[in-house]
Design a protein around this ligand. Structure first.
Ligand code: ARG
Ligand code: GLU
Length: 699
């Protein structure tokens, strides 16, 4: 109980004892400057974020809308994680040129490979626009007015520039910030180590410390001759950044200041105890079960075929990643007795609210309302999640139907506009990529297992008109040549036929049920909860002004700081703060195929040729830190006291996967691949030292 109490205080009551929790808004970093300096930082707030001159922020990019990446040279050289570039690496790979298996290194600019659709986005400016957004708004129901205000703000902010803008709610609408963005459209693939480095440890080690993954890949931003974003053209030139990160070659030690600068996706620190308990008891276990089933099919097939290993590499990684995180998350939350901690925190909140008339009026009801709402309506969230698993993560032919749906539904309109042929061409082209990575037998097995589970979970007994074998033998959406035929011959009369297509019929019947019965109720639940959360958080801000407050992650640029350190995540367990190349070899010797190595790695290890990348005769591979991170922080730079690049964030330890709901400073650690190991791989393993020549190394 004593341990629980101290945690309770750290998550709820006292501020600044544990400075490590929290994802801070860069434009407000000044308020934390002295805390950060006390931890060893040498930079000023202006060095980190500035709108008047170049600052660290200008080297940070959102990569492909999900991950984070950073520029490390004058010529737009961009580093991110291997798993962030994985779908690009995969799409350039074939049995002849298997970059997944063997790695890839462009020898010069001409060999860098284009990636249609891939973007890199920089934040130009962050402005507090709360007042302007709420102008004339007095109730949470005035959604249209709010939207109009936001549209106007965006219009004003972007007028006369090539920037785009977004206004985001923070703290559930207690404040609003404008993000002005510059999005680059030509991002080329420069290099990657093989999976035996970039994905070393595979699923065995994913979300686990001690870790030895060289989780990095290399890209480059290109721009038009004016250095502004431009779509791909052979005339484009490497982008000249406002700032690029120098490389930290200093020796590392426990307690070194670390700062992570990136785009964390989402956290849910404020959910109510009832909600959290349903997540732990029902939602997560059911989602895990759905993925157990698809992974059982995919993993088996990948073991037996190199082609399937290429086709399903990226999909398997995506499915298994959240699957494993969720297992760790509910395990951690249970160990922590997180629901009881939430209840205690809720009681404290209530007590505080009742201590004063005006607080009592504003905040006295909100906790019980939040719990009552989730008790009544969580089922919609459950069914929503099941639909995501079934329709979006499960059988892939659903995806092909979705991409074809628009043409089917709006055929007459497109015909009138003369666009039909163009759309058909596009569909045929993208279906080539789809079927390149598709195996009907795998899809059918997944379909069978997940259908059974889905209908059981959502409590529907279906009389199935079409069996899986009819769908996979007859449907136009489960076979490349049937699909091509359907699309190329599509005309006014096809619609009737499509409706009878067994695959289409199954999908549209159940998808439509989900869309009409679940989605609106789920959104209503979310909206109602957000209104309560807005009040709840306002109460925290007002009644506990001395606590260190931070808004939940929402895919906007954030900063988190802490230090290089290990952890003691459970009774009797101690994790040191770094791993080395020797540990890679030891894992290899264990014989688990997730730890396979190429002979070259063994030779290099034997030669101990670590050059200037070593410290005390060792080559550090990964280190851990007490930085509060989440999904989306992958690829984020981990910066030292001077703002130099120490490594790339890529994971959290098993014991900290619960930090999206509850951060425990004793056990939550982020995992970083050391930049010195990255450089060693580029230099010694890949002989691509021309890339290192572009960088600025700082001792
Ligand atoms: N767990 C890390 C993240 O959430 C890395 C995932 C990639 N690795 C893997 N084995 N799937 O993205
Ligand atoms: N690997 C995660 C990502 O892709 C980061 C790890 C985490 O969730 O903290 O963003």
């Amino acid at each position: 109980m004593k341990k629980n109490l101290s945690l309770l205080f750290s998550v709820f009551l006292i501020g600044n004892v544990f400075a490590d929790e929290g994802m801070l808004i860069p434009s407000l970093i000044k308020a934390f400057e002295s805390d950060m300096k006390a931890k060893g930082m040498q930079l000023s707030a202006e060095d980190i974020y500035s709108v008047n001159s170049s600052s660290l922020k200008d080297a940070i990019f959102q990569f492909g809308g999900g991950c984070t990446a950073e520029v490390v040279s004058k010529k737009g050289l961009l580093l991110t994680n291997h798993h962030c570039g994985y779908s690009q690496i995969q799409s350039h790979s074939s049995l002849e040129n298997n970059y997944i298996e063997n790695g890839f290194w462009a020898q010069d600019l001409n060999q860098e490979l284009t990636n249609p659709g891939l973007t890199a986005m920089r934040i130009v400016r962050i402005d507090d626009v709360t007042e302007a957004v709420l102008l004339g708004i007095s109730a949470d129901t005035q959604k249209e007015e709010l939207k109009a205000n936001i549209e106007q703000i965006i219009k004003d902010a972007t007028a006369g520039s090539h920037y785009t803008a977004q206004v985001k709610a923070f703290n559930y609408g207690n404040s609003y910030y404008l993000m002005l963005k510059e999005t680059f459209l030509d991002v080329r693939f420069v290099g990657t180590p093989p999976n035996s480095i970039g994905k070393f440890g595979g699923d065995t080690d994913n979300w686990v410390w001690p870790r030895h993954t060289g989780d990095f890949s290399v890209f480059r931003i290109y721009a038009g001759k004016d250095n502004k974003p431009a779509t791909y053209s052979s005339e484009n030139i490497p982008y000249t950044p406002l700032h690029y990160l120098p490389i930290s070659m200093k020796d590392r030690k426990n307690g070194d200041f670390t700062m992570v600068y990136g785009f964390p996706g989402s956290t849910e620190q404020h959910v109510s105890s009832n909600y959290l308990s349903q997540i732990i008891q029902t939602e997560r276990p059911a989602r895990i079960r759905m993925r157990d089933l698809s992974l059982s099919v995919i993993d088996k097939a990948m073991k037996n075929s190199e082609l399937i290993r290429i086709q399903y590499a990226s999909k398997q990684a995506r499915i298994s990643n959240a699957w494993k995180k969720w297992i760790g998350q509910i395990d951690g939350l249970k160990r922590l007795d997180a629901v009881a901690l939430k209840q205690e925190a809720e009681n404290l909140y209530l007590k505080k609210a009742l201590s004063n008339d005006s607080w009592s009026k504003k905040y006295g009801q909100v906790v019980s309302k939040m719990n009552a709402l989730s008790a009544a309506a969580f089922d919609y969230e459950f069914k929503y999640a099941m639909g995501i698993e079934y329709f979006y993560v499960g059988a892939e032919y659903f995806k092909l139907i979705r991409s074809t749906q628009d043409l089917i539904m709006n055929y007459a309109k497109y015909l009138e506009e003369g666009k039909v042929e163009e759309i058909k061409d596009k569909l045929l082209k993208s279906s080539k990529t789809f079927f390149k990575n598709y195996n009907a037998q795998i899809d059918q097995e997944i379909f069978e297992l997940l259908s059974k589970e889905y209908f059981k979970q959502i409590n529907v007994s279906v009389e199935r008109k079409n069996s899986a074998s009819i769908i996979y033998n007859k449907s136009a959406f489960t076979n490349a040549s049937r699909y091509e035929k359907l699309i190329s011959q599509l005309n006014k009369r096809s619609f009737k036929k499509i409706k009878k297509d067994p695959g289409y019929a199954h999908y549209s019947e159940h998808y439509n049920l989900w869309v009409s019965n679940v989605i609106p109720n789920y959104y209503a639940f979310k909206d109602n909860m957000d209104v309560l959360l807005k009040t709840f958080v306002a109460g925290k801000l007002e009644m506990f002004p001395n606590k260190k407050h931070w808004p939940d992650a929402n895919s906007t640029l954030r900063i988190t700081f802490g230090q290089l350190e290990g952890s003691s995540p459970a009774d009797g367990k101690v994790y040191t703060e770094h791993t080395t190349l020797d540990g890679i070899i030891a894992k290899y010797n264990s014989g688990n195929p997730d730890f396979n190595l190429k002979p070259r790695m063994l030779e290099l290890h034997k030669a101990k040729d670590y050059g200037s990348y070593a410290q005390d005769g060792e080559l550090w591979v990964c280190f851990s830190g007490s930085n509060h991170t989440t999904g989306g922080n992958s690829g984020s730079p981990v910066l030292d006291a001077n703002g130099y690049l120490m490594g790339l964030n890529f994971d959290r330890s098993w014991e900290s996967t619960m930090s999206d709901y509850m951060f425990d400073p004793n056990r939550c650690r982020n995992i970083v691949v050391d930049i010195k190991y990255v450089l060693w791989v580029i230099d010694k393993y890949a002989n691509a030292s021309h890339l290192i020549d572009e960088m600025e190394l700082k001792k």
